[in-house]
Design a protein around this ligand. Structure first.
Ligand SMILES: Nc1ncnc2c1ncn2[C@@H]1O[C@H](COP(=O)(O)OP(=O)(O)OP(=O)(O)O)[C@@H](O)[C@H]1O
Ligand SMILES: [Mg+2]
Length: 230
């Protein structure tokens, strides 16, 4: 199994009151799969993604990646692992406003110490593939939300991570934009065997995912594998 979460829980201390964001959730994620997390606001999607992506540690339970318990790794090892192996699409995309689209995409490669020309070549190629090749010198504020989303996704996958975690706010993107993006993601999922776990409210993405995990009040209330492969 690629990722296995065993009875993971998360309790946040909000001033003096504890908030239980996740209650003993267990999930297995297969390598190369495409999973969507959905459920109402506050149901625990972001909390679960953060635990699966080593951005945070569970209060209880364990997370395994290819059999290794990542919830027990040192902070330094986790950071190194994250940088090489995981790509994130953050809520509201978190693009750096002072950098152009292509510089935003290059950023992760820069962190990895890859040379300038190689960085630019790889980042520009991904942008081209995502249909934003003509816009790479624009700053995020000069792009539409759909275009910003593509930059954010390009940035998450440019270093070819084995796991891509997406966390989107209720996106007001039109059907065509969502559908095109999903097409790109599914292509990458097939060709590069990247594993995707995406929290979204977008019906187009939910419809086309291979697996839909629905959450409510910190628990998984349904977990369905669909027949969608395309
Ligand atoms: N740092 C924190 N401190 C205190 N409570 C938190 C913290 N982070 C999340 N929570 C609480 O944990 C619960 C789950 O939050 P989470 O962000 O995982 O929900 P979500 O499903 O991602 O919601 P949304 O769809 O709005 O993004 C909520 O009740 C939230 O208020
Ligand atoms: Mg969230």
């Amino acid at each position: 199994m690629f990722i296995k979460a065993e009875n993971i829980s998360k309790v946040f201390q909000d001033r003096s009151l504890p908030v239980t964001a996740l209650k003993a959730v267990s999930v297995d994620i297969e390598e190369g799969s495409f999973t969507v997390l959905c459920g109402p606001s506050g149901s625990g999607k972001t909390t679960l993604l953060n635990l699966l992506g080593c951005l945070d540690r569970p209060s209880g339970g364990r997370v395994f990646l290819r059999g290794e318990e990542i919830s027990a790794l040192s902070q330094e090892k986790l950071t190194r692992y994250r940088l090489r192996k995981i790509g994130f699409v953050f809520p509201d995309f978190n693009l750096i406003p002072t950098l152009s689209a292509v510089e935003n995409v290059e950023y992760v490669l820069w962190l990895q110490g890859i040379s300038g020309t190689e960085r630019r070549k790889r980042a520009a190629a991904i942008c081209e593939r995502f249909g934003i090749g003509a816009l790479i010198h624009r700053r995020p504020r000069e792009l539409s939300r759909g275009q910003q989303q593509r930059v954010a996704v390009a940035r998450a996958i440019v270093h070819k991570p084995e796991l891509v975690l997406g966390d989107e706010l209720t996106s007001n993107l039109d059907h065509k934009t969502g559908s095109e993006l999903m097409g790109f993601l599914k292509e990458l999922n097939r060709e590069e065997k990247m594993t995707f776990i995406y929290a979204t409210h977008d019906p187009v993405m939910i419809e086309r995912a291979g697996r839909v995990i629905r959450m409510q009040d910190g628990e998984v209330v349904s977990d369905e594998k669909t027949r969608v492969h395309a």
